[in-house]
Design a protein. Sequence first.
Length: 422
Amino acid sequence: MPVSTPTLPSPATTAKSANTPMSAGLVVVILAMLLGLQPITTDLYLPALPAMTSSFSASMSQAQLTLSAMLLAFGVSQMIWGPLSDRFGRRPILLCGLAVYMLAAIGSVMAPGMLQLIVWRTVQGAAMGAVVMCARAMVRDLYQPQDGARIMSKGLSGLGALVCISAPVGGLLAEFYGWRAALMAVAVFGAATLVLVALRFKETLPNKNLQALRPTVLLTTWRKILSNPTFLAFSALSIASYGGLFTFLASSSFVFITVLGLSKAQFGMVMLSTSLSYLLGTFVCRRLLLRFNVQQTVAIAAVVSLFAGTVMGALAWLGVLGVWAVMGPLALFMVGHGIHQPCGQSGAVGPFPQAAGAASALNGFLTMVVVFAIGSWLGTHMDGTVLPLTNGIWFWSIMIAISAWTLVRKYGHRPTSLADTL
């Protein structure tokens, strides 16, 4: 017999939202814009970072804080935005987050020094946490996990397209109009997303949990989510897959430019090819989900991920150097990443229709914790070889396979109601 808990809203504590369904096409467009805010915020300004650092006569460590401080705020803020969105709905939190994001983006453009830029980028990261969290939560509001994975893969296809153009556009703007133009493009994208949400987004949360912000309810909700095996299984999968991606992102410029001797333009093509491989993976994900369930889909993709990581790692250990020795396996790994992310993110929030915001926030927070651990590890292990990159991706490919073949296989089909887990 299910046990009643304060995590689940009762009729007396529930407020009905004015839920007007949106078409699937509109949902995908909005989802792509919301999720795309993250790569736009990070990738588009990276080509402008050297000029920005020189303009402010700042150190490289200060320049890196414009990224690391933003990511820290992004991860931590989701723990606040999640419960707020369960209490007040996705739409007001999205509007608030996007408005603050746009203001912070404009502040970054006008920053007179590196310290002010770091502050504004931190505020941007915190606001971005609201946007990305609500994007993942709204998929659970509207769809069951299997359908949610398909919709998420379409949204991530849009994100992949934005990733493809972010670095080239940022580089062109910085080259011809200066680094502030690249930051202004980030603000313009934020403003366009805000207008789209304001005009077209309809509230997706059917029942607002009026008790969601009570400390006892909040702690109980987090405890139940963190003890739910389905959440842990799919979170382990999505975190392991993102861990491999971040290992590449954090070490790639050093490895490809300094170790393998590519030019900046050639490195840009490397980034483009990885984005295209990821985009291909999201299309493959949808094809697989038409024939298999989520557990089977990620199990198949894990074969690709583990093969890619093992080949990359083995070639490096055997002393086989060359761009192809990294890029070939990496392309396969990114195809797997395009499958694991939509399945992992939608599966993690699947058991929590009444607490999708909190579940999405915890998933995002745990991911950022791992990201900071990876960054710290790389900071002490970059040794002038390709091994930190190849060993890292090999490790995460093993973690992906373990998660997909054991945890997701065993717990991926568990009940979709929080009450059923008690």
